[in-house]
Design a protein around this ligand. Structure first.
Ligand code: ATP
Ligand code: MG
Length: 449
């Protein structure tokens, strides 16, 4: 399970959640304020109604010729009443009521001022020295409905606001991080062959120090690699002459020596010097392969180069190489000298580490795939994966320093080509195969690690 998170996703999600929560909080606060204000307005209307009806009701009651008790006010037209009222005396005796009024809603005795039952808000007012009372009741449902409708009206925009803010926030973040993504891609494309500093304009202020540090690090890395390569190249170069001189002197000593023991000891030293000389040559090749680009400005046909290298080995080991060439030339941007070094290392390996009695198959297909295949023991997958590292060898039975494949790999990656090693070779039960497509050499990919 990965614990990596995307800054864009995290900011997008949390900002949207934050905006939504704040909006909801705003709706709740507005609802509470609206309810309070509405209650004030409704209360004032209730009070006003009571005070308006009271004188009319008192006149009506006093004008009755004989006290006939409760009377129901006639409705002018059939309608639902939001406000209902009762007029009672101090003992609670009903004198007048609106046509829809339900006396059970009101208390047993009239009360002055505001009061509330589970279902109604009531306002009571007294008249004629508090001998007559009017009470006006308003159903609470009516108020709740008004508050609910107001809150819903505030909530409705949220349905559109959430997706709009989600898209908007993502767009803004994406825009702001565009330069950061460019910066990341620019670092990603850097490799051993491209350690130039990263330059991205208009990078957000917070990322500027990172760019400065990365560039400083790249510069130090470039210098360290250059120092290492030039040291390897210089030492290998400087070793050439003394080694050649020592070899020549030893050969003379061997020729002049009469003693068989001295002759054989000189032969052993000569072999060691030759190994040392081969190693210094390989190190020089490695320093060159890792230091410079393996690409040339103009494409060239590499088939003659392959023929030339193979015929070199044919002289040394006649009949051991089976060569298969394409019908036409293969044009490639891979530098011919670098290609020759690469092929030489692969063929030398196949001859040296492969089974003695079986030939080495070197083939170049029409689409540029070069294969060098030999028989022999299978190399275990864990060792195979490490063979391109310097000084790594899978067996100590054969001579060698373990640098050849590192050279081949450095040249291939410098040209943007992938060098594939397989064991057993494809289509065989044993052996080793090195494969790469030289037609894919490309300047743009040459900078890749
Ligand atoms: N064609 C091959 N068949 C079998 N094993 C191979 C083949 N090529 C490479 N190897 C294994 O990979 C190891 C590394 O090869 P590499 O060319 O890097 O070094 P080397 O051949 O041992 O020495 P040198 O530096 O002289 O080339 C070899 O020692 C060998 O064990
Ligand atoms: Mg080798």
């Amino acid at each position: 399970m990965t614990t990596k998170t995307s800054l864009q996703k995290t900011l997008g999600t949390w900002l949207t959640i934050g905006v939504t929560l704040l909006w909801l909080l705003g709706v709740v606060a507005s609802g509470v304020v609206a309810r309070h204000e509405m209650n004030e307005v409704f209360d004032s209307a209730l009070e006003e109604t009571a005070q308006r009806i009271l004188p009319l009701a008192v006149t009506d009651i006093l004008n009755r010729e004989n006290d006939t008790g409760n009377q129901r006010a006639l409705a002018l037209k059939e309608h639902d009443e939001y406000l209902t009222y009762l007029v009672r005396d101090a003992s609670g005796k009903l004198l007048l009521q609106s046509h829809d009024a339900d006396p059970r809603v009101f208390g047993a005795k009239p009360r002055q001022g505001f009061s509330e039952t589970p279902t109604h808000r009531i306002y009571g007012e007294g008249a004629i020295s508090d001998t007559l009372y009017i009470e006006v009741a308003e159903p609470l449902d009516h108020r709740r409905e008004a508050v609910l409708e107001t809150s819903l009206a505030l909530l409705t925009p949220l349905i559109f606001l959430i997706p709009i803010s989600l898209v908007g926030v993502r767009w803004v973040i994406k825009r702001s991080l565009r330069q950061v993504v460019l910066f990341q891609q620019s670092i990603e494309t850097r490799g051993g062959s491209d350690l130039s500093s990263v330059a991205v304009d208009h990078l957000p202020e917070e990322f500027e120090p990172i760019m400065v540090s990365v560039n400083r690090l790249l510069e130090r890395l470039r210098r360290a690699l250059e120092a290492e390569r030039s040291f390897t190249a210089n030492s290998a170069h400087e070793l050439r002459t003394p080694l050649a001189t020592a070899l020549a002197k030893l050969q003379r000593l061997k020729a002049e020596a009469q003693d068989v023991l001295i002759k054989s000891r000189a032969g052993e030293i000569e072999e060691s010097l030759r190994t040392l000389s081969r190693l210094s040559e390989k190190l020089l090749e490695l320093a060159k392969a890792e230091g410079g680009s393996a690409l040339s400005e103009q494409p060239s046909d590499l088939v003659p180069i392959l023929q030339m290298v193979v015929s070199d080995y044919e002289h040394k080991a006649p009949g051991q190489i089976a060569l298969k060439l394409p019908n036409d030339g293969i044009s490639s941007l891979l530098d011919p000298d670098a290609f020759a070094i690469l092929v030489r290392n692969l063929i030398e390996n196949a001859l040296r580490h492969g089974a003695d009695e079986k030939p080495v198959h070197v083939s170049l297909s029409d689409d540029g795939v070069l294969r060098v295949v030999n028989s022999g023991d299978i190399v275990a997958p864990d060792k195979l994966a490490l063979l391109c590292n310097r000084f790594v060898r899978s067996s100590t039975k054969t001579v060698g320093s373990g640098v050849g494949l590192a050279i081949a790999e450095a040249i291939a990656s410098g040209a943007g080509i992938v060098l594939n090693l397989r064991s057993p070779a494809s289509g065989q039960n044993d052996g080793f195969e090195a494969e790469l497509n030289i037609a894919l050499a490309d300047t743009a990919r040459g900078a890749l690690p």
